[in-house]
Design a protein around this ligand. Structure first.
Ligand code: FES
Ligand code: FES
Length: 157
């Protein structure tokens, strides 16, 4: 049996048919072709699938799709505005914070959630903010530096 799931995705309303067992990651990647959220472990361990639901970072692989009905979901596809990269995207690019790039979408969304709540985090708060996101390339130093640069106001929207 399938159900209609309606929610806002990156500011636009979407409707799709889902099974009760479909995760938000299934819905995004397989129903809506929104593929920035990555399927790393599919088990809640790596953070590669992190998206924002009503501004809170969640693991899309652990979130039942039907639970986002009526909510606002944000993915990396919604970060750029009018073709201009979001400051975090620009900073990641310039600080070489994306190596293979697999963790990058989840890192960006965790960083966005952090800076939205705390625009001037300490280094320790940044490390804590991305602590649920694993980077198999070990680019943590560059990732933290990129987020620090945005927090320092070096990149503007
Ligand atoms: S794919 Fe969701 S936490 Fe790894
Ligand atoms: S840049 Fe490769 S996993 Fe992080």
């Amino acid at each position: 049996m399938k159900y209609v799931l309606s929610f806002n995705l990156n500011g636009l309303p979407v409707d799709t048919l889902v099974k009760a067992t479909d995760t938000l990651l299934d819905v995004l990647r397989e129903k809506l072709n929104v593929v920035s959220a990555k399927r790393g472990c599919d088990n809640g361990d790596c953070g590669a699938c992190t998206v924002l639901v009503n501004g809170e970072p969640v693991r899309a692989c652990l979130t039942i799709g039907l639970t986002v009905a009526g909510k606002n979901v944000q993915t990396v596809e919604g970060l750029q505005q009018d073709g201009k990269l979001h400051p975090l995207q620009q900073a990641f690019h310039e600080h070489y914070a994306a190596q293979c790039g697999f963790c990058t979408p989840g890192m960006l969304m965790s960083a966005k959630a952090l800076l939205d709540k705390n625009p001037k985090p300490t280094r320790e708060q940044i490390v804590e903010g991305i602590s649920g996101n694993l980077c198999r390339c070990g680019a943590y130093v560059e990732i933290v530096e990129a987020i620090q640069a945005v927090a320092a106001g070096k990149y503007k929207e």
